[in-house]
Design a protein around this ligand. Sequence first.
Ligand code: GDP
Length: 296
Amino acid sequence: MFESLSDRLGGILDKLTRRGALTDADVSEALREVRRALIEADVALPVVKSFTDKVRQRAIGHEVVKSVTPGQQVVKIVHDQLVEMLGSDAEPIDLNAPAPLAIMMVGLQGSGKTTSTAKIALRLTSQEKRKVLMASLDTRRPAAQEQLKVLGEQTGIDTLPIVAGQTPVQIAGRAMTAARLGGYDVVMLDTAGRTHIDEALMAEMAEIKSSAEPHEILLVADSLTGQDAVNLATSFDERVGITGIVLTRMDGDGRGGAALSMRAVTGKPVKLIGTGEKSDALEDFHPSRIADRILG
Ligand code: GDP
């Protein structure tokens, strides 16, 4: 499918017979391939540029040791830089706050928000032994509230009863009250999405945030999001202030470049990845594995 970056760099750099430090010319040629690999992996262009600049600084003057080829060494530099920019360690959801703690899920329509809400609720219930309540604040599409209810029934997780005619802020308030009275540890707030970013959506998210005061605000994004990833992540982060990212559809063919784009522009960690449609298809984010995947 893709020719791996290691093979390409090997082809370029390993014909160097000379030994010593990597020169500007060696590195520039290699960086053209790195740039191509990142673009193929769907990394947004401004991020590709800042990434290759960092790799250039690290690589020029790097001593070529005899035990490995120059190509392998540049691949290692690129890999290490990717891991560093992706955040080095897996960061779990932070549950360190008084109960009931709210987790607000935000993102565009179709990104996998409702599915991820149920996945996270199931994980917190089964692995962390927390009592979780889920509530859909999507009043625009009645089917969305129904979808969460069905997921709740399938997973055995409680959902807030649906009451017609309430605003998202009212539903959030009712969810927090129900959680306090019912002794819940965590409330998952599944918000409405739109097909694209618009001002009304952002205003609604900001209002829900100030009334529910969520401990985590997770941006759910499709891993196949390409050049839009930067705009998506900055819009949500600037207007709403996200605490982390959930990257969905990592079971697909995509190389996951959106992880790098979104992490680089917001500085917020990718916390979890969705790897299928089922409620247990959720995994921790491991920067090193994603780096390998981006490199192909
Ligand atoms: P929402 O509009 O953001 O709430 O999106 P949904 O949660 O309804 O998901 C939209 C579609 O994507 C559904 O058919 C989900 O089953 C599917 N989906 C969500 N997450 C994943 C994932 O990680 N992998 C795959 N393959 N499909 C997913």
